[in-house]
Design a protein. Sequence first.
Length: 390
Amino acid sequence: MTPQAHQERPGRTELGRCLIASGALQSDWAPAFSAVDRVWFLPDLMWPFLNRQTGGTAAAPPVAVDRRTDPTTWYKYADSDVPLVTQWDDGRHRGPEPGTVPTSSSSQPSAVYRMLAALDTDTGMTVFDAGTGTGETAGLLAHRCGPGTVMTCDVDPAVSTAARERLRRHGLHVRAVTADALAGHPAAGPYDRLLCTFGVRTVPAAWLGQVRAGGVIVVPYGTHYSNHDAVVRLTVHPDGTASGPFVAPVEFMKARSHRLTWPDVEEYVKDWPKPTATDLRPDRLADAAFVLSHAVPDLAHTAHTNRDRAPAVWLYSLTDRSWAAVTWPDEHRPGEVYQQGPRRLWEAVETAYGWWETQGHPELERFGLTVTPERTAPWLDSPGNVLPGW
């Protein structure tokens, strides 16, 4: 396929229309969408990731599509608003069956363009692109900002090398290196903008020092409470701190060093204490998941259904061996709470939920972060209004 042929694909034209209609693709990014084709950066073998938001079901396993044997289906997904897995298990996986953990991808186009809009770039700005992946985002930034303005890093040598070759082949002048993007790349800084396209559990202090005062960092940030992230737009201040609002919920692959090693229940639970009761229901926990994930620090959480079909929740402290387990025998009776350790985790969750209720159930966009080299503090409406638990 020639670089010009993408303009003639009906599927890509329709994708552009959908992105514009949804508000994801802003008018100032339309020229980059037209000029830089996603298919330039995709391997022959890939796995569309279809969840409830992208037309699938939560339990549907990814199914491989291969351009060499089924180009029609391959282009269908390449021109769709879905994420495409391009690597499994840090490159150890081989073959068409899905691996265990997706570790590189072509991100969902609507998520990419919303993040690019939040980045607020212009011609001549210097940008650090953390997480090269396929190279498409770096190519879009290079088209927007100009040749030589974009530095991109990826920790995986094979991923980085392939992206560098694709960028070169299509005349997109990007400096691409194999390195840990969490450390930044100070030799090419300071930067006007920093865009991260993988999920983080802490915002690296190195980024604060490599983005100039008044510059912007856009990154998917979350906690170990869940696998979900939210895009936060941080403005760097002259004192080396940064703050700003959350923009939109997303789900990105996590930085390799930020992945959670799931707690071993046997290291936590030595015996079962007598239960106490709770009126807080599991559906309310789901409604307040964002605020709970930020208001109760250093917490891992899982929810499932027991053998008797009763919903259950487990909470593990990541700073000590405190734990809590809650089960709801039926929808009419209170939940049964078991907890041990110096951190009373369920009580902290109940306190955070009560605070969220008293604030009128604020939505994600009212929250934000303040980041210093030492800590990250979430807030509601303004940096002075820090969440309970902080």
